[in-house]
Ligand binder design. Structure first.
Ligand code: ATP
Ligand code: MG
Length: 198
């Protein structure tokens, strides 16, 4: 073994010991709150990937989608067949409708379903897709969201996605990831693509 290889092995050994120690120390077990935010592509796909993962283990999941495109979405087509409940805001993209009253009403209808899901002990995972905008636009009261999250069943995990997540949500979350935009096909004039973008 060369001196370099020896040093590498020593470093890896030390790293392994540290990781093993941290795994051993992680004793808490409860449902998690995850926030996936940022300007890059991959927030909703990460949320739906987590739902798919949970479904694969036989867990019960629910999804609320706060901003719906005019196209149908592949995740719903697949996951509904596996017993995942979906509650989708009845309007199109918020910035297209430009009607605050109608949007608030539509958001509130979905929020009622979210409150029900967040009290349902049968649900192991709830995805609140694009919920951050509801806070930004003031369609749903932040304090109501905080209280529903705090009072949810202890084993239930929640994923919230959307740009510019409110500080209150990231502060209370267990895991927060920010997806950074390096570049996006749309900037080169490429159309949103079925199976990739929806
Ligand atoms: P995805 O659903 O693909 O994971 P996302 O949830 O991270 O994307 P959103 O902000 O919810 O992103 O936007 C949804 C749509 O906008 C998708 O079609 C996505 O490809 C597109 N999009 C996401 N990020 C960007 C970006 N930086 N520039 C242009 N379009 C984007
Ligand atoms: Mg999204």
């Amino acid at each position: 073994m060369t001196q370099n290889q020896g040093r590498h092995q020593q470093r890896q050994q030390k790293l392994k010991q540290q990781v093993d120690q941290r795994i051993e120390q992680a004793q808490q077990e409860r449902g998690l709150l995850l926030v996936i935010t940022g300007n890059g592509k991959g927030k909703s796909t990460s949320g739906f990937g987590t739902v798919a993962r949970a479904v694969g283990h036989g867990f019960q999941c629910g999804v609320a989608q706060f901003i719906k495109g005019t196209w149908d979405n592949g995740e719903r087509n697949l996951l509904e067949q596996h017993g995942v409940q979906f509650h989708v805001m009845a309007t199109g993209f918020t910035w297209e409708t430009q009607n605050k009253q109608a949007d608030t009403h539509a958001a509130q209808l979905v929020w009622k379903e979210c409150q029900r899901m967040l009290q349902d002990p049968n649900l192991d995972l709830v995805l609140l897709d694009e919920m951050t905008y509801m806070v930004t636009y003031g369609y749903i009261d932040l304090q109501q969201i905080v209280s529903a999250l705090e009072n949810r069943p202890s084993h239930q995990s929640v994923v919230i996605t959307g740009r510019a997540a409110h500080r209150t949500l990231t502060d209370m979350a267990d895991t927060v990831s920010e997806v950074k935009n390096i570049k996006h096909a749309f900037d080169s004039g490429l159309k949103a693509r079925k199976g990739i973008d929806w």
